[in-house]
Design a binder for this molecule. Structure first.
Ligand SMILES: Nc1ncnc2c1ncn2[C@@H]1O[C@H](COP(=O)(O)OP(=O)(O)O)[C@@H](O)[C@H]1O
Ligand SMILES: [Mg+2]
Length: 243
């Protein structure tokens, strides 16, 4: 379980997060919705240690990980699949996945059965299975995005942060990404999801938070948010654009 309390973060002198509090209970999928520039990516960066929060706390399975370096937060059990494609392009698909499991080899995460988990990941992402020996840099953008997601799964983490996993994907791959998120959810994987397709995100999520200009404006069970007229108008294509 992940708990964020009154998190403030800035780029230089410009504060972007003005006190974010949210909770991702074990085994649940929580989505963070908001327009471009609201601060969703920054929230994820401040959680995973890519940037240092100015104040507030990040607690992962009871452990205060606020402000730790990102590799230490990963060891504590947090996997971040960042916005955009962040894969090791000169390494094969399989090696990228095994690298995701690195803290399990060194004993800083429970080891489990890495080989079996690799097989399971490849089953879950059939496109990656077909291309497991290919260099990651030769994958399409969408496939690289999936590789980043699969690599996060390979940590066998307590919580996965998924930042716009469907960004830039063809519609058929967008569907596949949501199918994969649902499969992970059925396996009990805990996730914080940011998605441009807010309606689809609320369909897979248990709970949602709406973010506006670095604040949480509304939050509630996903079903309730889906039926909230203000949320519908602003984020669910109720006459407007989807974000
Ligand atoms: N590396 C950066 N340096 C300075 N400002 C940034 C940086 N990244 C994001 N921002 C600013 O922080 C705000 C929130 O951005 P971001 O967290 O990326 O929003 P979202 O993911 O919700 O679209 C925006 O105003 C954006 O311009
Ligand atoms: Mg973003």
């Amino acid at each position: 379980m992940l708990t964020i309390s009154n998190l403030h973060a800035a780029y230089g002198k410009v504060e972007v997060l003005h006190g974010i509090s949210l909770e991702v209970p074990k085994g649940k999928v929580v989505t963070l919705i908001g327009s471009n520039g609201a601060g969703k990516t920054t929230t994820m960066r401040a959680i995973s240690g890519m940037i240092k929060p100015k104040s507030g706390t990040v607690t992962l399975s009871g452990k205060d990980v606020t402000g730790l370096e990102s590799h230490k937060i990963a060891r504590a059990g947090l996997a971040h699949s960042p916005e955009g494609r962040r894969v090791f392009s000169t390494m094969s698909v399989t090696d990228n996945l095994l690298l995701g499991a690195f803290p399990r080899y060194t004993g800083s995460r429970p080891r489990g059965d890495i080989k079996e988990d690799l097989e399971k990941s490849l089953e879950l992402f059939p496109r990656l299975k077909e291309r497991q020996h290919q260099l990651a840099g030769t994958l399409s953008g969408g496939e690289q995005q999936m590789l980043a997601m699969a690599r996060a799964v390979m940590l066998n983490p307590e919580v996965i942060l998924l930042d716009e996993p469907s960004m830039g994907l063809a519609p058929i791959l967008v569907e596949e990404v949501f199918r994969i998120i649902l499969s992970l959810k059925k396996r009990g994987v805990t996730m914080l999801l940011v998605e441009q397709f807010a309606a689809a995100a609320l369909n897979v999520a248990d709970y949602g938070y709406v973010m506006e200009n670095g604040h949480i404006s509304v939050h509630g069970p996903a079903d309730k948010l889906k039926n909230d007229p203000a949320v519908q108008a602003a984020y669910l294509g109720g006459g407007g654009q989807q974000h």
